[in-house]
Write a protein that binds this ligand. Structure first.
Ligand code: FMN
Length: 351
């Protein structure tokens, strides 16, 4: 991982990497197919603009943002990026329907469906606005279904990643999805990607690009509280653990975060909700909504208020690779020039 003072510039010649970058860069309309994944409360217009300025592709986090605020963020981001950015909407968020309405009028260039998978008609409606659609895939069947629904690209995310996660490790998904779907649509790979060397090998395997969250969350331009970033610097990969599902009557999407009291409070909430389900005092959909509200609130407490004890410290296992706070430009420099260096090394090995 590079040091903030890295003297290597992303403008250095990267002839081999450029060949591998071409498909994803043309698809996204940016210089390098390196996506800073949307992170609720973290991915604001400032972070997205910094990623764009460094040649990458940033995504605004819809999260549960009130539509009027998200609309202002879209306008600001459009101005600062020349209309090259994505908006991430969470299918299971309470504000999801309102966000879909907003997309119809605000017409951002890319929509990323996250959290769960969208209905086919929702994909169609978004595409009718002229937007390109990216969908997350955490299993082979979801990837195939999303392509059938009309997704223009796939974000293949392994269970190592931070935030809401699937259950399958990236190593298996690469074989099930990347190797079978990359000739149909561009596949961007996420989850546990922290270094240029790893990125280079993902490009060699057929990825159109890579998506990182955790490393960018700890960047200088990330609005996350200093205490939140400090926890990232101190954490080991094994500290980023996923939440269990206690009862099949209350299906929950697992979340990966650093272990703390907030993590334990989620266990208590789940048990209380299961009891209410048993007593018939709450419906399943209501209980699931309570779970999502919990995460939105807990993440805010940690990211914005700096309550690292009771808030949610969502982080991927790649947190173990984050050793210093770097600017977005330094991260991008490292990823781009390091990818070139690794590809050159592989080429020399083969020769
Ligand atoms: C603090 C945090 C919040 C996140 N919030 C979202 C989100 O709102 N929407 C989403 O699609 N992914 C979210 N993610 C996942 C990232 O966009 C990205 O896919 C993931 O972090 C990649 O794995 P990595 O953490 O190993 O880099 C979040 C991740 C983190 C660390």
């Amino acid at each position: 991982m590079s040091h903030p003072d890295s003297s290597v510039s992303a403008s250095a010649a990267t002839p081999l990497a450029d060949r591998f970058f071409r498909r994803g860069a043309e698809f996204l309309g940016c210089r390098y197919p390196v996506i800073c994944g949307a992170m609720t409360w973290v991915s604001d217009p400032n972070l997205v603009a910094a990623v764009h300025a460094a040649g990458g592709f940033g995504c605004l986090a819809g999260g549960n943002t009130p539509p009027e605020i998200l609309e202002r963020q879209i306008t600001e981001t459009r101005e600062r990026t020349g209309n090259c950015f994505g908006v991430n909407v969470i299918v299971i968020a309470p504000a999801y329907k309102a966000h879909l309405e907003l997309i119809r009028s605000a017409k951002p260039p890319f929509i990323i469906f996250a959290g769960s998978f969208p209905h086919e008609r929702e994909v169609r409606q978004v595409k009718e606005t002229g937007a390109k659609v990216l969908c997350f895939a955490s299993t082979q069947s979801i990837a195939e279904r999303m392509i059938r629904y009309g997704a223009d690209g796939i974000i293949l995310e392994g269970s190592e990643s931070g935030g809401h996660i699937g259950h399958v490790a990236l190593s298996v998904l690469l074989q099930q999805v990347l190797f079978t779907c990359a000739d149909k649509v561009p596949v961007f790979v996420a989850g546990g990607v922290g270094t240029a060397r790893m990125s280079a090998h993902l490009f060699l395997m057929g990825a159109a690009g890579v998506q990182l969250g955790t490393r960018f969350a700890a960047s200088t331009e990330s609005c996350a509280h200093a205490k939140f970033k400090d926890m990232f610097l101190r954490a080991e990969a094994r500290d980023a653990v996923s939440t269990p599902q206690f009862d099949s009557r209350l299906p929950v999407v697992s979340v990966r975060a650093l272990r703390n009291k907030g993590h334990e409070e989620f266990r208590k909430l789940q048990l209380a909700l299961v009891q209410q389900l048993e007593a018939g005092t709450i419906r399943r959909e209501q209980a699931q909504m309570e779970v999502e509200k919990f995460w939105m609130g807990a993440l805010r407490r940690a990211v914005i208020d700096g309550d690292v004890e009771h808030g949610s410290l969502m982080a991927g296992q790649s947190v173990g690779l984050v050793k210093c706070i770097e600017s977005v430009a330094a991260i991008m420099n490292d990823l781009v020039t390091g990818t070139e260096a690794e590809l050159q090394r592989v080429k020399a090995t083969l020769a």
